[in-house]
Design a binder for this molecule. Structure first.
Ligand code: NAD
Length: 498
């Protein structure tokens, strides 16, 4: 198979600290592979504790003495809109690099690039519309909220949609006047370097945005344990979230955690089945199945179960798997051979646990690269590992149910609680089910279409805290209550008894 390589790839990937591209102080590097050839195409600087210390010191200087936290919201908003313009102007290049580095289909990478721009525009608008509370206690007090940026925010991100997920944290952190150190995922560091150029061109002062590449256990760990980083916003696996939670505990840091998922899509017999098929196929196979909110467990009401499974399997078999750069491709190559092995091991486990109705291995004609056929298992028991564990690839488990109660029990029967998708035309059932399902986000008769104002986050093992809209503003700011006495303060007079 021909192997597309974008032009003008960087000869190395560096950190960006205090307005300069730099190598690691000790010169450490790691290999970055592309998921089609699985060959190393570039070396990236591997940040160590000392590199994190430099980046945090720069961010702290920019926070304490630089203009960024002190600018009027309108001024910062203008810069943020400029960033969005620059992202939009470079969307093709961004998508090309992202596809090369992650294996995501090019059409989907392009969508993610535009979503990244939208994140900046959204927070640019939100901070100029931001208002805070004032409370009057007649004749006695006025109280108001003095909202302040917190300081240096540590941002740690995964590899599944790297640039977009970075934007999700960068936009609100910067909009609110913080300075940041970003540690992107080591599988996919390529697109993150573009931030440095975009921010510089948009007028973000040096030291406000710092980027340290490297491994989670080295650079990520040092960022989490740095005493001058009061906030950590993390997106990644639940297991990593637990480690970070523990490591941040001695410092009592502010934490936002967007973690894993095993979200149910529940299809009742009265649903629009064609629409449910479209959405549930897209819901697990888009972004190569490497999607936190994937509807990777489909629960189907018994009367339509056999028909649904047959039609679903047919669709899955027809999905176009191939070169991520080809616009016709619907599922590309998984990000990395380690992840490929993990997904393939679940495919093998699934064969021992359930009935395979589509896929089940490497697609024909794609002998190299991290390609997995869209794989569908039916009759999956709730205690099966493929029902319980996050696979994070193009693999879906389908299970029948007979009653609403059973459907709810099955839907809630995992440690995760990120999203749920409900398909029914019964109004009461739709609302009752949605309100009872243990999920941070519910979509009724829809795939994952999210307005940026709504809260994003999971319950149970899927996360801690919510981001999205003003909730992100709350996470990245302190809300200091200032109490003003308008009259005499009647303090009890201690120490006057004698
Ligand atoms: P991961 O947890 O392996 O890595 C995420 C980031 O954490 C990487 O940058 C990594 O280097 C860093 N890291 C690893 N160990 C660390 C440590 N000890 N200290 C500090 N940082 C450390 O996750 P991944 O494999 O990159 O991403 C896939 C996971 O992300 C899936 O579980 C998926 O569901 C989840 N995810 C969740 C959301 C959401 O919004 N809930 C969105 C996208 C992905």
């Amino acid at each position: 198979m021909s192997h597309y390589i974008p032009e003008n790839l960087p000869s190395k990937i560096q950190h960006f600290i205090d307005g300069q591209f730099v190598d690691s102080i000790g010169g450490e590097t790691f290999d970055v592979l592309d998921p089609v050839s699985n060959e190393s195409y570039v070396q990236a600087a591997a940040g160590q504790k000392a590199d994190i210390e430099l980046a945090v010191a720069a961010a702290q200087r920019a926070f304490k003495t630089g203009p960024w936290p002190r600018m009027l919201p309108r001024q910062r908003s203008r810069v943020l809109h400029k960033i969005a313009d620059l992202i939009e102007a470079r969307d093709q290049r961004l998508a090309e690099l992202e596809t090369f580095d992650t294996g995501l289909p090019i059409t989907q990478a392009l969508g993610q690039a535009n979503r990244a721009a939208e994140n900046f525009r959204f927070f640019a608008d939100l901070i100029v519309a931001q208002r805070d509370d004032t409370y009057k206690v007649p004749g006695r007090q006025v109280n108001y909220v003095n909202r302040k940026p917190i300081g240096v925010a540590g941002l740690i991100t995964p590899w599944n949609t790297p640039f977009m997920l970075e934007s999700w944290k960068l936009a609100p952190a910067l909009a609110t006047g913080n300075t940041v150190v970003l540690k992107p995922a080591e599988f996919t560091p390529l697109s993150a370097s573009l931030w440095a150029e975009i921010f510089r061109e948009a007028g973000v002062p040096d030291g406000v945005f710092n980027l340290v590449n490297g491994l989670g256990e080295e650079a990520g760990d040092a960022l989490v344990k740095h005493p001058d980083v009061p906030l950590i916003s993390f997106t990644g696996e639940s297991r990593t979230g637990q480690i970070i939670f523990g490591n941040a505990a001695p410092f009592l840091k502010g934490l936002s955690m967007e973690l894993g998922g095993k979200s149910p899509a529940v299809v009742f017999a009265d649903a629009d089945i064609e629409a449910a098929l479209d959405a549930t196929v897209f819901g697990v196979f888009s972004l190569n199945g490497e999607r936190c909110t994937a509807g990777s467990r489909i629960l189907v009401e018994r009367p339509i179960y056999d028909d649904f499974v047959a039609r679903y399997a047919e669709r899955a078999k027809n999905i176009v798997v191939g070169d991520p750069h080809d616009p016709k491709t619907e599922v590309g190559a998984l990000v990395h051979p380690e992840h490929y092995d993990k997904v393939m091991s679940y495919v093998e486990i699934g064969k021992t646990e359930a009935r395979l109705v589509a896929g089940g291995g490497r697609p024909e004609g794609l002998e190299t690269g991290n390609y997995v056929s869209p794989t569908v298992f039916a009759d999956v028991a709730p205690d099966a590992r493929i029902f319980q564990e996050e696979i994070f690839g193009p693999v879906v488990a389908i299970t029948p149910f007979d009653t609403d109660e059973e459907a709810l029990e099955l839907a809630n029967n995992t440690r995760y609680g990120l999203a749920a998708y409900i398909w029914t035309n019964n109004l009461k059932r739709a609302h009752n089910f949605s309100q009872s399902v243990e999920a941070g986000m519910v979509w009724l008769n829809s795939n994952n279409v999210r307005d940026l104002r709504t809260p994003f986050g999971g319950v149970k093992a899927s996360g801690l805290g919510h981001e999205g809209g003003y909730r992100s503003i709350d996470f990245y700011t302190d809300q200091q209550a200032v109490h003003i006495t308008l009259n005499e303060a009647h303090s009890p007079r201690f120490g006057t008894a004698k």
